[in-house]
Design a protein around this ligand. Structure first.
Ligand code: UDP
Length: 241
């Protein structure tokens, strides 16, 4: 009997991302902002700063502090989420800072702070990656000097099959070996700035997952770059016209 072919719940190919939308300048009062959505996951990032860090004892005389705040809004999923910080949101905020810091020239702004507020207004898995993608664009839009843009995607293993950009139904995969979720962020020249792994996977498959993430991040980078370009052409002469 022929082996049953692996099918993703939404019919995507293993290396196929969900439909992506990206837009820059979505929060007029922020210094920089962007929206990034993949399928039903929508993230909005707003950047405020660089501004003087208060209280003063938290200042770093050598560089600015990047302060990210990741938040899933209460009605972003069917089961209402309790508002306010949680262990999960604090962890993701930290990870977002670590994913973005390597491309930011924070040394240009001693004693300052750059605040990045990431709100997940709708969640269908991959929210930390969507948040990082939105934040990266918002920082560029705010005019913070950067060595490059960070792009982020989750690679997953469903039973034995590797796939990119898991949705919630895939994250909850229970057949065979179940689901392994590997969110990865990288610069446009392929340097990994963030790597997490939730589940079980062998060495070879990790290498393959990284290869798939590289291909996916290239596509995401092109979309982020287009969104930034589109903003610039629509607003020649800068953010305020
Ligand atoms: N989720 C939820 N309630 C929560 C946290 C998460 O319904 O309190 C859902 C949401 O769809 C989220 C998904 O579970 O996108 C996966 O969450 P995870 O912690 O793996 O992070 P993510 O994949 O969103 O980066």
């Amino acid at each position: 009997m022929a082996k049953k072919e692996f099918q993703r719940p939404d019919g995507r190919k293993p290396d196929e991302l969900r439909p992506i939308k990206a837009k820059v300048g979505v929060v007029p009062n922020a210094d920089g902002s962007a929206m990034f959505s993949t399928g039903d996951t929508i993230a909005i990032a707003a950047v405020y700063g660089p501004k003087k860090m208060h209280p003063q004892h938290q200042q770093n005389p050598e560089k600015a502090i990047l302060r990210c705040n990741y938040n899933m809004i209460s009605f972003s999923v069917a089961d209402r989420i309790r508002p306010g910080p949680s262990r999960r949101s604090m962890e993701i905020s930290k990870i977002t800072e670590w994913a973005l810091e390597p491309v930011l020239m924070l040394e240009n702004y001693p004693n300052m702070v750059i605040d990045v507020h990431i709100n997940i207004i709708q969640a269908d898995a991959g929210t930390r990656c969507a948040g990082i993608n939105a934040a990266s664009m918002a920082l560029a839009h705010a005019g913070i000097p950067m060595r490059g843009i960070v792009s982020s995607v989750s690679v997953g293993k469903l039973d034995k099959q590797l796939v990119v950009d898991l949705n919630k139904a895939e994250e909850d995969w229970e057949e065979g070996e179940g689901a392994t979720d590997i969110p990865i962020s990288m610069t446009s020249d392929g340097k990994i700035t963030h790597f997490q792994l939730d589940g079980k996977i062998n060495n070879e498959q990790v290498q393959e997952a990284i290869r798939m993430a590289r291909e996916a991040c290239k596509k995401i980078y092109e979309i982020q770059k287009e969104a930034l370009k589109e903003f610039l052409t629509e607003n020649e002469g800068g953010k305020n016209g």
